[in-house]
Design a protein around this ligand. Sequence first.
Ligand code: ZN
Length: 93
Amino acid sequence: MLPDKCSIAEQGKHCVNPPEFVVSVKVDEDEFMVGVTCQKHKQIVSKKIQILQGEGKIPSGKVGFSPLKAVGTDCIHGNEEDFVQLDTSNFKN
Ligand SMILES: [Zn+2]
């Protein structure tokens, strides 16, 4: 079950755009879904993930974006509870 909204929150307000991309981290042969994002927040999400990887909160690996409709349910691991919270309130550009 995928969220129906972009994973980004700014100043505590959740982005209301529908998700357009699944954000995943590829580690060796495994791909972990870490969130979903709209087109507008793609860059922010990839920067935020790099920070979380630096903090060891999500696996280090290659960050990838897949168009939402192209994603099957059997090839990507993860579920909604595993998604990172991408609140950008204290995010420095
Ligand atoms: Zn968004």
